[in-house]
Write a protein that binds this ligand. Structure first.
Ligand code: NAD
Length: 365
């Protein structure tokens, strides 16, 4: 018998979508291409059992199309579990546009993207993510109703970032309660990595609480602006993972808890806004558990943004947005306790609750 040896690159060539590492029974992947505007986008619809697949659009200069595909697969799957664990009647989806949002995002490109979203008839509903602004969603709204995160002037719930940050703050407090016995963050040393829209709003919440905050970002201008506004310390080193801290709050991009960083981490709690913080959910979740580092699952504690945009579909107001977001505190504690009781990682515990909700709904359909 001849055994064929296939290397990873060859595998990708024969199984470019269903064979992707991050493919997890996604229902539909849509590749959008428009020569005239230069649009190259991928829409990932992971699961629609609980409702239409809602998730933001990210514009990013990926190193390769494989990276873009991998990202949309991971992000859309994350949205399924985020909405499920938060109790929303939404499925999971996400879109990525390949390109530099600062130089390549034109109105024509955004409109063309909106038309692609529209062609899916509501199976996918978009919103903003990294590289997108409320004004972009307003533009998309002119060609499709299947968009959320539009401005308050246009009848939307507005910028979701402050609500996302508030949810992260709630999740962080719950994780602190679990780890330190108190949810008071006064004097806790907290590193916020990435002080963009969400990171800055998180810094504001933490400042009000009296935390001892260090900030890091690749954008020097923002660092100085946030430092001046909130009187926090700029981290000047180049490897924050090894610094003494109580809490690490990843609020830039994902996969920062990985093979290189995980054994350096001195934090006792990880709680931040970034999606997909664990490069490998199973492996890195287990190592964190072994090391006694409490990890507040990202897809749970960063759900404030989706709660905010869901209000546009369900027509609930500010009070209900805040109530649902504050409930992230209770859900986080419940999950951390379930994880301990069942010897699971916190990620697995959250995932199991979310999956059970999806399975139950499927049975009822
Ligand atoms: P943003 O683009 O406004 O901010 C990201 C910040 O991270 C920028 O200031 C950028 O300079 C910085 N950054 C990039 N790479 C970095 C690095 N290597 N080290 C340090 N800083 C770096 O994005 P945002 O809206 O604040 O979102 C932050 C994260 O939270 C993203 O992962 C996003 O997917 C996630 N998230 C956001 C929302 C929301 O409501 N905006 C909701 C859920 C999840």
């Amino acid at each position: 018998m001849v055994t064929e040896v296939v290397n990873a690159n060859d595998l990708q060539k024969v199984a470019p979508v269903f064979g992707q590492l991050s493919f997890d029974n996604h229902e539909q992947i849509v590749f959008c291409n428009d020569k005239d505007t230069g649009l190259k986008a991928i829409i990932g619809i992971h699961n629609t059992v609980l409702g239409p697949a809602l998730g933001g659009t990210r514009m990013w200069q990926y190193n390769s199309e494989w990276d873009a595909l991998n990202d949309v697969l991971r992000l859309s799957r994350g949205m399924t579990y985020k909405s499920a664990i938060t109790g929303l009647n939404l499925g999971g989806g996400k879109a990525v546009i390949i390109g530099d949002s600062k130089t390549q995002k034109t109105p024509e490109l955004m409109l063309r993207f909106g038309e692609f979203v529209h062609s899916l008839g509501g199976r996918y509903i978009t919103a903003e993510d990294v590289g997108m602004a409320t004004s972009d969603m307003d533009l998309v709204r002119t060609v499709t109703p299947f968009v959320t995160g539009i401005s308050e002037e246009k009848g939307g719930a507005g910028n979701p970032s402050p609500i996302t940050a508030y949810g992260v703050f709630m999740g962080m407090k719950a994780a602190a309660k679990y780890k330190f016995g108190s949810d008071d963050l006064e004097n806790k040393v907290i590193y916020v990595q990435g002080i963009g829209n969400v990171g800055e709003a998180l810094v504001e919440n933490l400042t009000n609480e009296g935390a001892n905050i260090y900030i890091s970002d690749i954008n020097r201008e923002r660092l100085e602006m946030v430092r001046d506004k909130y009187n926090v310390t700029i981290y000047e080193g180049d490897n924050l993972y090894g610094e003494d801290m109580d809490i690490y709050a990843p609020c830039a991009l994902g996969a920062t808890v990985n093979d290189d960083t995980i054994y350096q981490l001195k934090a006792e709690v990880i709680a931040g806004a970034a999606n997909n913080q664990l490069a490998n959910e199973l492996k890195h979740g287990a190592i964190l558990q072994e090391r006694g580092i409490v990890y507040a699952p990202d897809f749970l504690i960063n759900a404030g943004g989706i709660i905010n945009v869901y209000a546009e579909l369900e027509n609930y107001g500010r009070q209900e947005i805040i109530r649902k977001t504050e409930n992230i505190y209770n859900t986080t504690l419940e999950i951390l306790n379930k994880a301990t009781d069942n010897n699971l990682t916190s990620h697995q515990a959250a995932f199991e609750i979310a999956q059970a909700r999806i399975d139950q709904r499927k049975k009822e359909q």
